[in-house]
Write a protein that binds this ligand. Structure first.
Ligand code: 3PG
Length: 230
């Protein structure tokens, strides 16, 4: 039996300002730091001990992982960062206020961009201040792989190789794993783990800083799911 804990990063500065964020590297808000520390407190209270940690290459997820591990006295746990766990790239919506965008295009269109499985938001131009094509953290990637926009389907397709190569082998080896990542990269993983349909995944939400704990049997079947809250 192995355990997998998923945590969406604590509230970010752009969650607070209600802006589409995606791959833009914004920091945690003060509230987000509190949420990340509280996640660590809950992890400790539930006696969860990890063998391996994974996170994205975005500050808000990395800091959330570190606060949660520090608070549960496990800052020593080996960690790997991957762009494959990044938030879904929000394309040309990155940097825009969600309410302003809804006022301009309508609530229905914004809901489709945010939650449909396979509708792509408009592409982000490479010369945008919110583009990542010149960000040196992606220098080793083929420039064509850096997204210009993603829907949940595309996000899931780039998360899955990381599941296959790292997470699943760890769980099958009996290791307990923690992943601190993002609302949509974690919705993608949740869709796969729980075999949720393309339609039903539209209604699945991840709360900031709330640890979700899965228990797996030795065939990698889920035997229990629990959300930790106060
Ligand atoms: O990238 C973002 O803006 C958020 O992290 C997730 O936003 P969403 O709830 O609109 O998908």
């Amino acid at each position: 039996m192995s355990k997998l804990v998923l945590i969406r990063h604590g509230q970010s500065e752009w969650n607070l300002e209600n802006k589409f964020t995606g791959w833009v590297d914004v920091n945690l808000s003060d509230q987000g730091v509190k949420e990340a520390k509280n996640a660590g407190k809950l992890i400790k209270e539930h006696g969860l001990e990890f063998d391996q940690a994974y996170t994205s290459v975005l500050t808000r997820a990395i800091k959330t992982l570190h606060y949660a591990l520090a608070e549960s006295d496990q800052l020593w746990v080996p960690e790997t960062k991957s762009w494959r766990l990044n938030e879904r790239h929000y394309g040309g919506l990155q940097g825009l206020n969600k309410q302003d965008t809804a006022d301009k295009y309508g609530d229905d269109q914004v809901h489709i961009w945010r939650r449909s499985y396979d509708v792509l938001p408009p592409k982000l131009e490479d010369d945008s201040e919110f583009s990542q094509v010149h960000d040196r953290r992606y220098a080793d990637l083929d420039p064509n792989i850096i997204p210009r926009t993603e829907n949940l389907k595309v996000c899931l397709e780039r998360v899955m190789p990381f599941w296959e190569d790292h997470i699943a082998p760890d769980l099958l080896a009996g290791k307990n794993v923690i992943i601190a990542a993002h609302g949509n990269s974690l919705r993608a993983l949740t869709k796969y783990i729980e075999n949720i349909s393309d339609a039903d995944i539209m209604d699945v939400e991840m709360k900031t800083g709330e640890p979700v704990v899965y228990t797996f049997d030795d065939q990698l079947k889920v035997t229990n799911k629990e959300k930790l809250d106060d």
